[in-house]
Write a protein that binds this ligand. Sequence first.
Ligand code: GUN
Length: 293
Amino acid sequence: MTATNIIDGKAFAEGLRKDIAGHVARLKAEHRLVPGLSVVLVGDDPASHVYVRNKGKATLEAGMKSEEFRLPASATQAEVLARVEALNNDPTVHGILVQLPLPKQVDSAAIINAIDPDKDVDGFHVVNVGRLNTGQPSMVPCTPLGCLLMLKHHLGNLAGKRAVVVGRSNIVGKPMAALLLGESCTVTIAHSRTADLPGEVRRADIVIAAVGKAEMVRGDWIKPGATVIDVGINRIERDGKAKLVGDVAFDEAVKVAGLITPVPGGVGPMTIACLLRNTVTAACRIKGIPDPQ
Ligand code: GUN
């Protein structure tokens, strides 16, 4: 990839993680504070095990405390709740992440809403959703936060820009729209039932694709010069080979976009970096120390 309009999310995330490690070192030296992240993993989902391992590794690399709690796939709601409550009450734990999906006998919403909102580094608790949507300091979901950091780094002030978010999930689409509105963008949330999806996307200066459908956003939907952030990660088979593609038809869109994120190597690496960032934020807020970020 040599085109200059491709955003290198991997390099950006590496830089962010280096900055975070510096903040952690200073918090240790100046405040005797070691930010701690605890991850709860329930069941045997192989993808979840890989994600959790990567999160733990990145947490340790940043100089933070990392803990992982595993519960069997047969765990009851009460057992998961008891683990969350123990972590809420542990003063060395500043961030709590319960890896999703949870087994079907466990009510995910009830578990997420049992996490202390100030330790909810995923930003999924209803209190954090409410804080984000009313402009109050909140924990912000990691993937939309990563998208926003990349957008601000490359575009500067976003005020007045037309942004379309394709996808309305609680994890990406809705918080992304709230963040862009907070930056004074004119925001449209489009989705699978939108009447003229190509038309909506064509009006946008900023396109966030988060629908979970491989290569759905085509190159001729993109306004020339627009910035395209592709949140999708879809496994497809092409020419007999397994391939990872986004929600945007990259080869088409890269010819039209002013800036575009690739898949892999775009938004993906930013999500873990933002989890570390949120853990530092949570630790500083809990301790009443100014957040260096
Ligand atoms: N499973 C897949 N992505 C995520 C995430 O960002 N947070 C949690 N808690 N679980 C996930």
